[in-house]
Design a protein around this ligand. Structure first.
Ligand code: SF4
Length: 234
């Protein structure tokens, strides 16, 4: 009947589909890491561990200029690489991972970035999150990367009750159509950065607050996602 509000989503699946639809209206499906090829995206995503995308984007123009191919990473001087990526933190282990990544790409994959999860996770420094970014953003192959924002929002929105990224990925992928996986993850990340921020979610500004089970509107907030044990603290 015209004029009636849409029914409140009650199950995790209904909430997941409602979130997909609402977030699609708010954000483009974009990745904030600057890149122009799957290799550059792979490198940028490895570098993004424990730092911000902005910091990664500061170092990658020069890095990509000096290292355009997998073979360049395979044969890179560790010291030179460490200096190039220093601002991203954990630069020693990241440099080792990048050299190892280059060596595995050259040794097993003809210098090309592979297109399957099974192959991508063989690369040093690459777990399911990074592999899903490369698959989804780099190749347009559906993947659902689970980072800290996705973990927090998936719990707050009542889609899952778990902090385990593998379980969250599996559960959300069961509930959401495959073609939405990558965009949904990218949009959850943007919502987690702009509105549903870890320290103080801005529920009063959030278009999902009409049905989000964790929504609190008012000066005092002690947000707890269903079963997460996560409060408003970082
Ligand atoms: S209503 Fe609040 S807790 Fe729920 S998604 Fe929006 S900002 Fe986050």
């Amino acid at each position: 009947m015209p004029g009636l509000p849409p029914p409140r989503p009650r199950s995790p699946r209904q909430r997941a589909l409602a979130a997909v639809s609402a977030l699609r209206e708010l954000y483009p499906a974009v990745c904030a890491l600057s890149h122009s090829s799957p290799l550059e995206l792979l490198v940028a995503t490895i570098l993004s561990a424990q730092t911000t995308d902005e910091r990664v984007n500061l170092v990658t123009p020069e890095l990509f200029r000096r290292m355009p191919s997998a073979a360049d990473y395979a044969g890179a001087d560790l010291g030179e690489l460490e200096a190039l990526i220093h601002p991203t933190g954990f630069f020693r282990s990241k440099a080792r991972n990048l050299v190892g990544m280059g060596q595995v790409l050259v040794g097993r994959f003809d210098g090309e970035v592979p297109r399957t999860m099974e192959q991508l996770v063989q690369l040093p420094g690459v777990g399911r999150k990074t592999a899903n970014v490369v698959l989804g953003v780099g190749f347009g192959i559906p993947g659902f990367p689970v980072d800290t924002h996705v973990t927090r929002l998936a719990n707050l929105l009542g889609l899952v009750r778990s902090r385990d990224p593998v379980k969250i990925e599996a559960k959300v992928c069961q509930m959401v159509p495959k073609e939405e996986w990558t965009g949904f993850s990218l949009r959850l990340i943007q919502h987690g950065r702009q509105v549903c921020v870890a320290r103080r979610p801005r529920c009063a500004l959030c278009p999902l607050s009409g049905w989000c089970p964790s929504a609190v509107v008012g000066p005092e907030r002690s947000l707890r996602g269903p079963g997460t044990g996560e409060g408003a603290a970082p």
